[in-house]
Structure formats: C-alpha cells, structure tokens
Design a protein around this ligand. Structure first.
Ligand code: P6P
Length: 334
C-alpha cells in the first residue's frame, strides 16, 4: 500500500472535498511540525534535562513541568509567524497571545493544551498535545478573550498528538477522524488509521475511582452498575482503565471503544469539573462525535455549551455512544 503522508492527505483534502482552505491546511502542517519537535523533547526526557518541575505555576494554579513550558513555547514560536492566525490561547497562559504586529495576521484562532497529562512525564507514561481551531470574528483590532468564546460546534478543526510507544497525530475537519503515525526515520507523519470509528458498545470504562464519594447520584448509580457487571442490570462484566492522561484515554477509546468520565464532584460546587472546555472538552468532543461516539457534560452535548470564560471547566462523559447516552439519561432522570 503506498504511504500517504500528512502533507499529501491535506493537499488531497483541500483539492477533493473542498473542505480544507489552504490557510487551514498550512496551519495544521505547522501544528504537526511543532508536535514533532515536542515529541523529540518528550522522548529525550532525562537525557535532555527536561524532566521535573519548571519552578513556576500556570493560570490554573498548577505547578508547571519544564516540558509544559517547553511545549507551550514550541507551539507559540512555530505558529506566530505563519500568517494563518489572529491569536492563540493556551492552558498555560492566562490571556490570549495576539500575533505580533510585525507578523502577518490570519483568520484563525488556535487553542491548545500543550502537554496534557504532564504529571505522567517523570514516570514515563504517555502524554499529549490537544488543539482546537476556531475562526476569528471579523475586525481589525487584536482579538480579545471574548473572540474565543464560541461553542465547540464552531470548530473548523481539532486534533491531538499522543506521545506514547508511537507518536500519533489524530485529526478531524468535520469529515471523519484520521490517524497518522510519526515515521522518525523520514521525519513525517504517515496515514495509518484512516476514518477511525468508535464502537457503539463497550466493556471498558475510565474514571478516577478515588473520587467516588464526591460524585453526584446519577454517576454513583451508573458506575455502581458498571461494577456490578453480570450481577447487575447491564448484564455484562466491565474492565476499568485510568491512565490519568486524557489524550491516552481518548486514543484508546478511538481504537477499541470505551467510556471516559471526569464528572463534577462535591469538593468544589463552583467548578463543574476538572477538565477545561475550550482546549480539552471541545476538541475531544469534536473528534469523538466525528468518530461516531458521543460527548456530554452529563446533561447536554459538550459541543453545544456556550462558554463564558476562556479557562472554564466542564464535566466530561465521552466515548461509546450507548454508554454515554445511558449515563446522560440517568442525569436527566435525577
Ligand atoms: P486525576 C491530566 O492532569 C488531566 O488534565 C487529564 O489528562 C487526566 O484525564 C486528568 O487530568 C487526571 O486527573 O484527578 O486523575 O489526576
């Protein structure tokens, strides 16, 4: 089978399906190139002295790892001069980054979590980069936070790169989900997983069970039924996974099905969940829905949520459609 590189795939998408504007194609190529550089740093680890804490904190109040900062800088530097963007927003930065005056400004907004799951870096467990692309509202002034506050339905592209045993880039433009594996010898991403689909049913769930006492009743009910297996109403035994790296969990679900949950819990009623809507929930929900799965906050599709803050959090239930619909129905019945 002839190898299809990411570049060839994107050029064909631009030419045939007409759904990929040249400026967006170039943006994706640039993000992919940045992810290759991040992969190189992640893979060198201790050999490059990039493990451990950066000695700084981010807007979320979390201690930053050296690689969080490195990955963020790589994405900013790769994208600021390309001419596709009006601004960027990152989990690691309180405010959006407007493209400097001396660079050409484009029509897209890029949002990213530069290195999700970074608490796993020092123990050599898979981590990843998550990104989302929106169109910038027209106007000739520098974009503000308000320009980013668009629902997930308005994304024009989304993807992630998982830095695991293989480095894989998974993409959607709203026409299916496609996976590319990094060929380190050639230095290029190669199409290896065309048109990824999530099985509608599953026997695998992912949740951090140590938070169980803090969950709301519908989640207690649903997880209780999963644990009851054949002795309960679901009539089958389930297996559990928890990598504590969302990108790794979502990738597993895309490849073999499953349901991932990070519910709201009672510890902080002001927070609807731990994960962030704009650069974790929305891109992953776009990918999951495009692969035939479902993604809700327990009560509505994540992609329909109208954001009010750039770093707002969201509860997440995503993956195999049958399971997400079940736990969402339990919320509705509550
Ligand atoms: P916990 C990583 O910090 C992350 O943002 C996601 O990648 C992951 O799914 C979740 O948080 C893990 O959270 O509470 O289990 O450490």
């Amino acid at each position: 089978m002839s190898r299809i590189s990411l570049s060839r795939f994107l050029i064909e998408a631009q030419r045939t399906e007409g759904n990929l504007p040249p400026e967006l194609r170039l943006l994706i190529e640039t993000v992919a190139r940045a992810c290759k550089a991040i992969s190189h740093s992640v893979n060198k680890g201790a050999l490059a002295g990039v493990l451990g804490e950066a000695g700084s904190g981010n807007v979320q109040g979390e201690a930053q790892k050296k690689l969080d900062v490195i990955a963020n800088d790589i994405l900013l530097e790769a994208n600021e001069w390309g001419g596709s963007l009006a601004a960027m927003a990152s989990e690691e930065m309180e405010l959006p980054y407007s493209i400097p005056e001396n660079y050409p400004r484009g029509r897209y907004l890029l949002l990213f979590d530069p290195l999700d799951g970074s608490s796993n870096i020092d123990v050599n467990i898979s981590v990843g980069t998550i990104f989302s692309v929106l169109e910038c509202p027209p106007g000739d002034v520098a974009p503000s936070e308000a320009d980013f506050l668009q629902s997930g339905r308005r994304q024009v592209a989304a993807g992630y790169t998982v830095y695991g045993p293989q480095t894989m880039l998974v993409l959607t433009f709203g026409h299916g989900v496609h996976g590319f594996t990094l060929d380190r010898e050639q230095g290029s991403f190669v199409l290896t997983h065309p048109d990824m689909r999530i099985p509608a049913s599953t026997k695998e769930f992912a949740i951090n069970m140590s938070n169980q006492r803090h969950w709301e009743a519908p989640v207690q009910r649903y997880v209780g039924e999963l644990l009851a297996g054949t002795t309960g109403p679901l009539g089958k035994d389930y297996n559990m996974r928890w990598v504590a790296s969302m990108v790794a969990e979502v990738h597993r679900i895309l490849v073999r099905g499953g349901v991932f949950m990070y519910p709201k819990d009672a510890r902080d009623p002001s927070k609807p969940g731990k994960l962030r809507l704009m650069y974790e929930g929305n891109p992953m929900a776009f990918i999951v829905e495009q692969a035939g799965g479902a993604a809700t906050n327990g009560r509505m599709p994540i992609l329909d949520i109208q954001p009010s803050k750039l770093h707002e959090r969201v509860a997440i239930f995503l993956g195999s459609r049958e399971e997400v619909e079940r736990v969402t129905a339990y919320h509705a019945a509550d």
